[in-house]
Design a protein. Structure first.
Lengths: 918, 172
């Protein structure tokens, strides 16, 4: 095998791929060469010299070019005159490596002795103590004694904050540059560097704000000493007191695997749990530092019931009884249709499934939705499931031959860890294409980037679809694509020239993108909130690109929809939507969407609203009026949100840390989180509250059904009773049982069970001794890897092209600007409650304008402007930034003090901008 | 401001390289001459002109000892006190300069005319003792040559000639 190389390490022969470095080859045969600066996720640099070994290669006769043989016929090995760094030395055929002998040991001892010359030896107060490679390597390879004078150590000021989140202890730093390289090579935020030289060498961060990166916490994991510590965990606990409990991040659709590291009943820190298919060994700072909502003193603790106009504490019995009786009354008097239910995308699958059962079966109401019902609601996304990433796709394995198209998305803000993973595909030789209305960070790593004019998305898509469409061979193939003919007319006039003219994109780049799409072996398409907000024609266009490129249902290909919320895909899969049942099943009669429920409420047609894990009133305060017209408003929440404050009954729920459940991430991987913490108050899991209500209500229904026997025919009566009994089957003892029910009734989830989600138990992740390579922190995954559910298109059968139209947006002359709502990772989500450390990072309530535009309007930073659409007006202060494209004003989503709902319109919002008076 | 003021020079430098990053050192020289030193604000300004991450520029400035983060005189006098120069009278030269300029090595004269520094070998041992004035070499500087040298430098300042603490006009 020409691509493999065989060498001998300490007498043991090993065969590895060409290009492997000696450290990795040795690791394969469990020969652990100590390292500090080397990290397998980053390029080797050879800075620390900890990995010195003896290396020899077969001697080649200069004259003949042949390997010289000794008298035994064995190759003569010529040892290199000096020790070599095993982390930078690539293997070669016949190489001989010695990792253990007097000379190597002498070097290892020397390196450690030197590294410790200015180390303060303060392990007893160091956060890293107990999981510190420097401690471990000193124990294993160190000299035991130092010849240096303890009182002669160099001292520095410490700690130095590198930013709000991370502190540097210069005395402990061994200058391995792992942190600097992580920021450059992996995070793509080059915000750390070295200042000075020699003894004064130190890590600095000069970005504004300092250490400006959403991934900064990871540097504390990979720092091989205690030099970098997090403001969140500093001096909080000794690591050996901690009990890591496997969990899944509940902040965004990536679904990073993490652990809550518990001391008694307290979350002391959050650490990544290795899962190559999801987050490798990384998590973002929101996932790591925004866990304080769990222990927030503002959490709701007991049920609240409105009495004499005020919410007052009540017992569970009282509150449940009240709600059950009232719902029963409404069901009797006005029918189930007079009840509406909203359940948010951060709830677990088990809650969401129970929620839709409760509505559809128990209450007989089709009105359910997973959106808050404001003008900012996104269309419900089906394509991410129908054409989703096919099962078994592992982004970590993709590289050469893979085209990743990111359309209308800002992964850094919407799904941070996806940014790293997409970048890695590009690094491994994949082709990254970003197409957006504005510049995003991902553009930096892209091979091709297009920036379209907002409103002209479909023009670009048409120009991308056209060549793919024309390339579909006629015979048979076209017939196998449902809807093929419908596209003909739509694409008749499509051309690159047209896209250049109407969308303002670069022609030659578009050309290259089309070539890349046509020749892709694997095609992965990400789309985000801007694409979703632009309407289903845009997402349909993306689905059609996949289908026409013959990649729908194909291995290692598919769409990834970044719908906001940790379990947004789960909510759609579970059928928490008015138009589809669980597993996207068709419904006889669709119900009202969230905004229709509020319309109905305003007109007095909605008798009860049941809201779980959503806060519509915070997003749109005008909804308060609608709620006031509803007889019964029930809210299930962690906090007394703006909506909860208006409720008649509020049920306090358990957080992700206090219960069991599963989330389905954007790649449709179902993953399980565990209970890490005992509840400190009598809150209950969402599903259980629904079950209690359902039981009370069903009992009454069965009684009613059997009581009716006398006035109906026997057959009818039996059927009614049977149905009532089926509806009464609310005997879940745990979320695992709900998941069994899901598996039984949702075909997509057929193979999902708690056991299957744990399938990789014990075989995955780094073994503890390998922690030398990374960190004292082992990211061992003992909680299972989760399981991906198949995409609809994988079933075979006829593929469908989705209805796609080219829409042109005509800007009204009196409103010459476009308003674009932009998502931010650090917004005003209640899940950031209590995590004050992140406050400085939160998106500010400003309107971003291109400096050229601001100049044309005579606006400076901080000037207050009025932004008026056809619907309403909004006032914000100006921030001049080159990140805003010309002609566009960028306004942050979900930020307090930015009532976006008052202005946004469907599609593109045209606005007039003027300086606000006074 | 820097760019507005030195647009021609900076553009000429930028035109020399395929990427802006390569222009970092020459643009830093201009900034240091313009501001008399490189403080945080001026380093950030250079980073913005060149579209570089701030931290990258700070790293470069921190690495080199010829970037000053404090005010220096019109002329920086770097006197070599390494071994060969020492044999040829470097210590006497330093002592003489200290006495005439009334400052210790490492400091700047009250009239902000000279900054006196000790440096290690500057690769002209064959002509020891050696000093550099704004990076321009002066060879075999025995104390008797000092008055004329200082006078000459002062006159340059008075004549309004271009002065560069970054050594942009040094003859090599
Ligand atoms: S702070 Fe840690 S990771 Fe960074 S250079 Fe120092 S020892 Fe290495
Ligand atoms: S990327 Fe998303 S899922 Fe991962 S840690 Fe961050 S917020 Fe959580
Ligand atoms: S030099 Fe090899 S691990 Fe640092
Ligand atoms: S020792 Fe002074 S120039 Fe070399």
């Amino acid at each position: 095998m020409p691509d493999e190389v065989t060498l001998t390490i300490d007498g043991q022969s090993v065969t590895v791929p060409k290009g492997t470095v000696v450290v990795e080859a040795a690791r394969k045969i469990e020969n652990l060469i100590p390292v500090f600066c080397y990290h397998p996720k980053m390029a080797p640099v050879g800075m620390c010299r900890m990995c010195l070994v003896k290396v020899g290669t077969p001697k080649v006769d200069r004259g003949t070019g042949k390997v010289e043989l000794d008298t035994d016929g064995k190759p003569v090995i010529q040892m290199m005159p000096r020790l070599q760094t095993a982390c930078t030395t690539p293997v070669s055929e016949g190489m001989v490596v010695v990792t253990k002998d007097a000379e190597v040991e002498h070097a290892q001892k020397g390196v450690l002795e030197a590294l410790l010359t200015s180390h303060p030896l303060d392990c007893p107060v160091c956060d890293k103590g107990g999981e510190c490679p420097l401690q471990n390597l000193t124990m294993g390879w160190g000299p035991g004694q130092s010849r240096f004078d303890y009182s002669d150590k160099v001292h520095f000021q410490k700690p130095i904050p590198l930013g709000d989140l991370i502190y540097l202890d210069r005395e402990r730093c061994i200058l391995c540059a792992r942190c600097v390289r992580f920021q450059d090579e992996i995070a793509g935020d080059p915000v750390l560097g070295f200042d000075n030289r020699g003894r004064s060498w130190m890590i600095i961060s000069k970005s504004d704000p300092a250490f400006d990166s959403k991934f900064s916490g990871n540097t504390t994991d990979i720092c091989p000493v205690g030099a970098l510590t997090s403001a969140d965990f500093r001096f909080k606990a000794r690591v050996w007191e901690l009990q890591p409990v496997p969990t899944v991040c509940n902040h965004c659709p990536v679904g990073c695997n993490m652990t809550f590291d518990m001391r008694a009943n307290e979350i002391m820190r959050v650490m990544p749990r290795e899962n190559d298919a999801v987050n490798e060994i990384w998590i973002c700072d929101r996932g790591r530092f925004a866990h304080h909502f769990v222990a927030s003193p503002e959490r709701l603790t007991t049920p609240l019931v409105r009495k004499n106009g005020k919410l007052q504490e009540a017992s569970w019995e009282e509150a449940l009884d009240l709600v059950a009786r009232q719902l029963d009354g409404i069901r009797e008097s006005a029918g189930g249709k007079a009840v509406g239910g909203l359940a948010g995308p951060s709830l677990a699958n088990e809650d969401l499934f129970a929620f839709q059962r409760f509505f559809r079966e128990t209450l007989g109401s089709p009105n359910i939705d997973c959106r808050p019902g404001t003008a900012l609601d996104l269309p419900l996304d089906d394509f991410g499931a129908e054409y989703g990433l096919t099962s078994g796709t592992d982004l970590m394995q993709l590289g050469k031959g893979t085209v990743v198209l990111v359309f209308g998305a800002d992964p850094e803000e919407e799904a941070p860890v996806h940014l790293l993973r997409i970048r890695n595909i590009a690094k491994r030789g994949g082709t990254l294409i970003t197409i957006n209305g504005r510049a995003t960070k991902l553009d930096r790593f892209a091979e091709h980037t297009l920036h379209y004019r907002y409103g002209a998305e479909t023009e670009v898509l048409a120009a991308m679809l056209k060549p793919l469409y024309d390339a579909v061979p006629p015979e048979g193939k076209r017939a196998a694509l449902r809807g093929f003919g419908d596209l003909r007319g739509v694409l008749a006039n499509a051309s690159a020239e047209r896209a250049v003219a109407n969308a303002g994109v670069d022609g030659p780049t578009l050309e290259k993108i089309n070539q890349a799409l046509a020749s892709a072996t694997n095609l992965v398409i990400f789309y985000g909130q801007e694409a979703l907000r632009a309407g289903t024609s845009v997402t349909a266009g993306l689905a059609n690109i996949l289908t026409l490129a013959r990649k729908a249902g194909a291995p290692n290909s598919g769409l990834v929809a970044l719908v906001p919320g940790a379990n947004a895909r789960g909510a759609l899969d579970m059928g928490v939507r008015p138009d589809r049942g669980p597993g996207y099943s068709a419904l006889k009669q669709p119900g009202m969407a969230a905004h229709e429920m509020f319309d109905a409420a305003r007109q007095g047609r909605m008798k009860a609203l049941y809201i779980a894990g959503l806060d519509p009133v915070q997003a749109d305060p005008t909804l308060a009026e609608a709620l006031k017209k509803v007889d019964l408003v029930v809210v299930q929440e962690l906090f007394l949100t703006a909506t909860a404050q208006l409720a008649d009954v509020v049920f306090p729920v358990l957080s992700v840390a206090e219960r069991e459940g599963t989330f389905t991430n954007a790649e449709r991987r179902v993953q399980r989180f565990r209970q890490a913490r005992r509840p400190v108050a009598p809150q209950r899991p969402d599903w259980q509250i629904l079950q209690s209500l359902a039981r009370q209500l069903s009992a009454e229904a069965v009684i009613a059904a059997s009581a009716n026997v006398s006035d109906k025919s026997r057959r009818q009566a039996r059927r009614a009773e049977e149905q009532a009994r089926k509806r009464t089957d609310w005997s879940y003892a745990s979320p695992a049982e709900i998941l069994m029910d899901i598996a039984a009734s949702v075909p997509l989830y057929k193979h999902i069970s708690y056991a299957s989600l744990e399938s990789a138990l014990g075989v995955w992740g780094r073994k503890p001794n390998e922690a030398y390579y990374f960190d004292g922190t082992s990211y061992e995954n003992t909680g299972g890897l989760g399981k991906q559910v198949p995409a609809g298109a994988e079933n075979g059968g006829t593929l469908s092209l989705q209805p796609f139209n080219v829409r042109t947006f005509s800007q009204p002359a009196e409103r010459p600007w476009k308003l674009i709502a932009t998502p931010f990772l650090y917004d005003d989500s209640t899940l950031l409650n209590g995590s004050a450390l992140l406050n400085n990072r939160k998106a500010r309530p400003v309107a971003a304008l291109n400096p050229a535009d601001a100049d044309s309007l005579g606006l400076k930073d901080g000037d207050v402007i009025s932004i008026a659409s056809g619907r309403g007006e909004l006032r914000l202060s100006v921030q001049r930034t080159r990140l805003a494209p010309q002609g566009v004003v960028l306004v942050p989503l979900h930020v307090q003090g930015v009532p976006l709902v008052t202005v946004v319109e469907a599609g593109v919002t045209a606005v007039a901008i003027r300086r606000a008076e006074g | 401001m820097l760019y507005e003021k030195y647009r021609d020079e900076i553009d000429a430098i930028l035109a020399r390289y395929p990427s802006k990053r390569s222009a970092l050192l020459p643009v830093l020289y201009i900034a240091q001459d313009a501001y008399g030193r490189l403080d945080d604000a001026s380093i950030r300004e250079v980073a913005e002109i060149l579209d570089l991450p701030y931290t990258d520029v700070f790293e470069v400035v921190g690495f080199y000892t010829l970037f000053y983060n404090e005010d220096v005189g019109k002329f920086v006098l770097d006197v070599c006190d390494d071994v060969p120069c020492c044999f040829c009278g470097a210590e006497e030269l330093v002592a003489d300069l200290e006495q005439r300029l009334k400052v210790k090595a490492g400091y700047t004269t009250d009239d902000k005319m000279f900054t006196l520094r000790r440096v290690k070998c500057i690769a002209a041992c064959d002509q020891a003792p050696v000093l550099q004035a704004n990076l321009e070499f002066h060879y075999k500087v025995t104390p008797d040559k000092v008055p004329a040298l200082l006078e000459d430098l002062r006159r340059k300042v008075e004549s309004g000639a271009q002065i560069s603490i970054s050594g942009r006009f040094a003859e090599h």
